[in-house]
Design a protein around this ligand. Structure first.
Ligand SMILES: NC(=O)c1ccc[n+]([C@@H]2O[C@H](COP(=O)([O-])OP(=O)(O)OC[C@H]3O[C@@H](n4cnc5c(N)ncnc54)[C@H](OP(=O)(O)O)[C@@H]3O)[C@@H](O)[C@H]2O)c1
Length: 157
């Protein structure tokens, strides 16, 4: 049995990670901005108020988890806003960097004391974050921010 922390756990893939991990007997800490009925019914530990773009929110989570060893940290929280080149919205692009790249690094750095030799760190990229796979273009903010996140992962490794 391992202890997992999953970000962006209120719905989508994050909630499904929590469901499957709990089902197979792992310990799950579900971090989210606010919980959801789907997450609540899993019966896992839920940590709310975890907006990964907020220093204070992430510091608060780290304080609540002080001394709690983590075997696996799954950085799942992310945001996708697709806007075409002729309608570029730089605030949207900036926001996607804030969440996908900077937020992921912020959360990871704050929880480094909870990781130890052998712990695993997972960053949720996407095929849209692959330069080699980009045959369709578009989605500037999402693609760019996921590449930046991957580079953070490489440095962390
Ligand atoms: N779905 C796919 O096909 C696909 C493919 C490749 C990669 N991915 C990646 O997989 C991950 C999950 O995707 P998904 O499809 O499950 O998306 P989703 O249903 O939109 O879930 C994204 C999660 O991220 C959370 N989030 C957004 N902004 C946040 C912030 N500032 N602080 C903390 N949490 C925040 C959301 O929380 P709220 O509920 O509070 O908004 C939500 O729980 C993402 O990183 C995504 O890029 C998805």
């Amino acid at each position: 049995m391992a202890t997992y922390l999953v970000t962006g756990a209120s719905g989508g893939i994050g909630c499904e990670y929590c469901r499957q991990l709990k089902e197979r007997g792992d310990e799950v800490i579900a971090a989210c901005r606010s919980s959801s009925p789907d997450l609540d019914k899993l019966g896992v530990r839920v940590e709310t108020g975890v907006d990964i773009t907020s220093d204070a929110a992430v510091r608060g989570l780290a304080a609540r988890l002080a001394g709690q060893p983590l075997d696996v940290l799954i950085n799942n929280a992310g945001v996708l806003q697709s806007i075409p080149l002729d309608h570029l919205d730089f605030d949207s692009i900036r926001h996607q960097f804030e969440v996908n790249a900077i937020g992921t690094l912020r959360l990871t750095q704050a929880l480094l004391p909870n990781l130890s030799e052998g712990s695993k760190l997972i960053l949720m990229t996407s095929r849209m974050g692959s330069i080699g796979d980009n045959t369709s273009g578009g989605s500037y903010g999402y693609r760019m921010s996921k590449v930046a996140m991957s580079m953070a992962g490489k440095s962390l490794s």
